[in-house]
Design a protein around this ligand. Structure first.
Ligand code: PLP
Length: 363
């Protein structure tokens, strides 16, 4: 069975060495030495000032909203993983959906200003599939209206924008290190904090609001990463160049052979790619389903990232309508891409895609 992705598992012996060290330390969670080491290494690797590791990417978003004291309405994209929106709702914030660009699949910054009201406190864009948003324009609009910007950068690990980490934009950028993501710590996530004054508060918020033994100034939660997860991250980080290289090779093979047969999202030219996803934009839902079935019948399981469009979630009030996001959600399909996906399998997938599209277009 071939899935959309397969978690990258580093060398077992190396992981065991870290586990031995954890046993020796007897320190298994609560900002232990592995977490501290991974924070230092990631800050250098990614080229960011402040990074705070947390338990997952969803809680990273929630902590970001709390650190920035968001209130009322938050403008976000309807085309993302559900956590981008659900994290707002669970924090009593109202998601206001700004539809996406049909070509880049990112939030359409030309539609932002029309949605801003006195109730708006922030914008939460997503660099979808690791493709950079229009950062400059979003910055301009947020400054003009005094709005906070939190980038959900769950897909953008290692991406650079104009030669520097994309994570340096916005008040905070968040990452997910879930098993299925490019860089994984089993479960995990991080906040990249660009406003230095927020670092101390963020560290309190992830640890029950505790500042010191006798002082609990903030209303916090438990969002800590543990030592076994951090050790996994340290092992995976050692192999990160290999991971990127493998993904790039698969990506290039897909692009070279599928170019002309099928449409892909348009990439932001100012930013690099991290080859984390391989989305295909099919002509319509029928063509997407035909391809999904053809692949499934060969035990290959692409994913409908992202479906449903988040403006259709039943718990969103008032009801909203983002036609472009809905149209894309109905006809997008992401192909398997991960280190270890064999060349034979890539070529089989390519052949199925081309055959299905040819039949489907002739009909
Ligand atoms: C994976 C993901 C998240 C959630 O991250 P978890 O670590 O699974 O909680 C949030 N936003 C986006 C865009 C994601 O893809």
């Amino acid at each position: 069975m071939i899935n959309i992705t397969s978690p990258y598992l580093p060398n077992k012996e190396k992981y065991k060495e870290y586990v031995d060290e954890i046993y020796k330390n007897g320190w298994i969670t609560n900002n232990g030495p592995m977490v501290q080491k991974l924070e230092r290494r990631l800050a250098v690797y990614l080229g960011v000032k402040n990074i705070v590791l947390v338990a997952n990417g969803t809680i990273a978003l929630e902590i970001a909203y709390r650190a920035l004291s968001l209130k009322g309405d938050v403008i976000t994209t309807p085309f993302s993983f559900v956590a981008t929106t659900s994290s707002l709702v669970t924090n009593n914030l109202n998601p206001i959906f700004c539809d996406i660009h049909e070509e880049t699949l990112n939030i359409d910054e030309t539609k932002l200003e029309g949605l801003i009201t006195p109730n708006t406190s922030a914008i939460v864009p997503v660099h979808i599939f690791g493709n950079s948003c229009n950062i400059e324009e979003i910055k301009k609009i947020s400054k003009k209206h005094s709005l906070k910007v939190i980038y959900d950068a769950a897909h953008a690990f290692g991406v650079t924008y104009k030669g520097k980490s994309i994570l340096n934009h916005g008040d905070i950028s968040t990452l997910s290190f879930h098993a299925t993501k490019l860089f994984q710590t089993i479960e995990g996530g991080a906040l990249v904090i660009n406003d230095d004054s927020l670092v101390k508060k963020t560290r309190e918020l992830i640890n029950f609001g505790i500042e010191s033994q006798e002082s609990i100034p903030s209303l916090g939660t438990n969002a800590k990463m543990n030592e076994f997860e951090a050790a996994m991250g340290l092992c995976v980080l050692d192999d990160i160049d290999f991971i990127f290289k493998q993904r790039k090779t698969i990506y290039k093979n897909y692009i070279n052979k599928l170019n002309g047969s099928v449409e892909f999202p348009v990439q932001n030219k100012q930013a690099t790619l991290n080859y984390s996803y391989f989305p295909l934009l099919l002509e319509n839902k029928e063509q997407m389903q035909a391809l999904q079935q053809a692949l499934n019948s060969e035990d290959i399981f692409p994913r409908r990232y992202f479906c449903p469009s988040l403006d259709t979630l039943n718990y969103i009030e008032p009801k909203q309508y983002s036609p472009i996001s809905r149209s894309i959600s109905a006809r997008i399909l992401c192909l398997p891409i991960y280190p270890g996906l064999s060349l034979d399998m890539q070529n089989k997938i390519i052949e199925i895609v081309i055959n299905t599209i040819n039949i489907n277009t002739k009909e």
